[in-house]
Each structure stands twice: as C-alpha cells, then as structure tokens.
Design a protein around this ligand. Sequence first.
Ligand code: 8YV
Length: 324
Amino acid sequence: MKTIEVLATGTMMPLIMEQLEATFTLHRLPAAQDRDAFMAAVGPRIRAVATGGHAKMDDAFMRRLPKLEIVANFGVGYDSVDAAWAGPNGILVTNTPDVLTEEVADTALGLLLMTVRELSAAERWLRAGQWVGKGPFPLTAHTLRGRSVGILALGRIGKAIAKRCEAFGLTIAYHGRSEQKGVPYRYYANLVEMARDVDILISVAPGGPDTFHIIDAEVLRALGPQGILINIGRGSVVDEPALIRALKDRTIASAGLDVFENEPKVPEELLAMEHIVLLPHVGSGSQHTRRLMGQLVVDNIVSWFSGKGPITPVAETPWPRPKG
Ligand code: 8YV
C-alpha cells in the first residue's frame, strides 16, 4: 500500500503515526514550513486523511484534496469534520465509537461525584493544611441521595452513564431528538422542561450546528439555584458566557466541566471559581482507551484500502453507500 498517500493533519499518537508511516506514504501537515505550498504540492495525491479535534476539516480543506476517499477521525465526536459535505462528495468519514464508551462514562461519574461532593475543594483543603489549621472540611450543601439526573443525548455514552447512575440510586430522565423504544427512563421532548424537573443536567451531546448553545440562559434558569450542570460532551453545546453569569449569580449551584468552548483556553472567570470543577478534556484519556481509539483510526484506513470498506463510518457517510 506504499503507493497510497496519506495526510496526518497533526502530530497524532506514535501508534498511529508509526503504522501509517510503515504502511503508506505519510505526509505530515505540522512538518510543513509553508502550509499552502505543501497543500498545493501534495494535496492532489492524498487519498486518506488521519485527523482529530485539532484540525478543522471543512469543505475548503477537503476541496484541496481531489483524490480524497476517507477521513479517519480520532474521537467519537467529529464536529471538526464537515461530514455532511463529505458524504455527497464521495468521501467517507470514520470515527472511534464504542472503544471509549465505558471510559468516558466512568469519567462522567467521577466528575459528577467531584462536583456534587466538592471533592477537589476538599483535597485542596487538606493539602493547604486547613484540616489541621481550621478543622474538618465544611459539610457539602449537595448530595446524590434522593436526586434526579437528566441526560442530554442518550447515545452509547449517555446510556453507559445512565446505567452507572441507576447503580447510584438516581432517578433518570433524558432528552434527545426522539423518544427511544425500550428505554426505561422518562423522555422529555423539551430540554427546558427536563432541566426544570431534574436536579442535575448531564450533557453528553455532540458538537456541531444542531447543538450549538442549546444549554443557554433559559435552560440554566430552569435548572435552578440548586441545580448542577455536568458537561462531558462538547463545550460548544453550552453558552459559556451564560453559564458564567448563572454561576456568578447563583442561578445554578455548580458545574463540573470536562469540555470548553475554546479549549484548551478556559475563561478566567471559570478558573477563579472555587466551587466548580474543571477538567482538561480527559473523558477518554487513559492510555488503554486512547490506544484502542488510535488503532481504530489506522484500521479504518487499512480496511478501506484493502477493499473491505470502513469499519466505523459515521451516519452522514454510511457504508455500503445507499443506492441512487
Ligand atoms: C477526544 C473526544 O477524541 O472522542 C471524542 O469525541 O472528545 C475525546 O475522546 C480526545 O480529546 C482526543 O482529542
């Protein structure tokens, strides 16, 4: 397969780069001094792209790759790839579902517990010598006992979170585009109504234009002064300035965030708040899970060029291609 030319849009994990390098002719975009000249020179020969959230794969980028057949995205979320444009233009997009589901769900529950029981503040208290100096850490205002959660987007990860929430004795509801058959949780067609009824809103929603800022000031107001927001999906789903205002005004009680609108930049206002929990997008971030994700990126490209089709194509670019 050495005659097949592949582009890596960023410096991806060694497992990906080494296998792509060994199997194909690999071009590395970050190595280019002059990106335009580089794209003009190699773009016409590129048949596959390995990418991730670090690069914007919009139509303008893909148009520069006239022989492009497949874009393999590192991550289950592929909002940085314009899959809706890729599909009709004969380009397959793949992502890395399933292999990260349980890891992200574990992190979501960790973040939930950290936020509700103020565990990071409690640790800061101990490390700063306050336990000895001032006494026990103050009792937390919040608890999971007798509480309800509303899950925004009950996909694979949402369901794995729900299963864990069941084990914690929480009442579970969900909101999404449509009600799902065989799901034992209460469905809300309206996000504001769900936010009004639950104590904790957990967002697992993917990014993109359909979900942009759907958690807005109105949803946060509905969540209420005892309400807690957990976001493990995409930062763009939350109107961040509205969230900052709601946290400052105590319109909601707290938030646990693993994702941000302009990550890795996190607004100063959030950094300054002691009562919330902020994580640096670590949802899938174990070596074990990232290795599985990386391998799936490589396997999708290899499978495609072996004539076996993509392994995990996204919904916008189904395989086999629908007739007509
Ligand atoms: C990222 C994620 O892939 O899968 C996703 O959609 O958000 C993460 O697992 C990870 O941050 C690598 O960039």
